[in-house]
Write a protein that binds this ligand. Sequence first.
Ligand SMILES: C[S@@+](CC[C@H](N)C(=O)[O-])C[C@H]1O[C@@H](n2cnc3c(N)ncnc32)[C@H](O)[C@@H]1O
Length: 217
Amino acid sequence: MHATRKTYLSAAGKDWLLPFYDPFTKLLGVETVHSKLIRQAAISSGHRVLEIGCGTGNLAILAKRLSPAAEVAGTDPDPKALARARQKAQRRGAALQFDPGFAEELPYPDASFDRVLSAFMLHHVKPEGKPLALRQAFRVLKPGGSLHLVDFEEGQHRAGGLHGFIASIVHSRHGSSPQHIVLGLIQGAGFKDSQEVAHETTIMGRIVYYKAIRPPS
Ligand SMILES: C[S@@+](CC[C@H](N)C(=O)[O-])C[C@H]1O[C@@H](n2cnc3c(N)ncnc32)[C@H](O)[C@@H]1O
């Protein structure tokens, strides 16, 4: 019997577009979004931090730069994106671990991280995979640890003007993560105090930041 190969939607939608992902997202101001998410996560020295769907590693590398005494890892199913992440980390002298893996089956033991971060990843996951991904984030978090997630809100590709045009490029094949569904998924995975921390309208569309805590045991 042949095992079925799990597929994924890569960072830029197609492999040949991957070299353009970093310059394009820099232009769109994604680094500012990453910085906000990291601030919300309040990472302390000694924390173990995991980014799920880390792509080319920008958020994870920034988290390590801002909190050098934290241990930071990133995981993504795309080996080409991970190769870029590793090269970038090495060039910057940042010690991070990048591991291949799907958010739906994280390659880490239970209760091994203080923070789980996720940026613009959830809308890449198929609907049936989203509850699994949130349950896995819950599983790998230590009791008392927290999840910090940012993603596009629903319907941005229908907005007008420049913002609507850029949103349609960014989202055309990717879809979005309706807010009530994300909060429902987070709660369904067992998290406590799940909340929308902030939302904002960016050139890419409207984005929402969430925070949730794995209850202390
Ligand atoms: C838009 S990129 C975001 C990358 C990075 N988080 C950032 O903010 O720059 C989405 C990433 O999700 C990854 N991805 C797609 N399906 C996934 C899955 N099932 N589990 C984990 N990551 C996945 C893609 O390979 C891609 O690198």
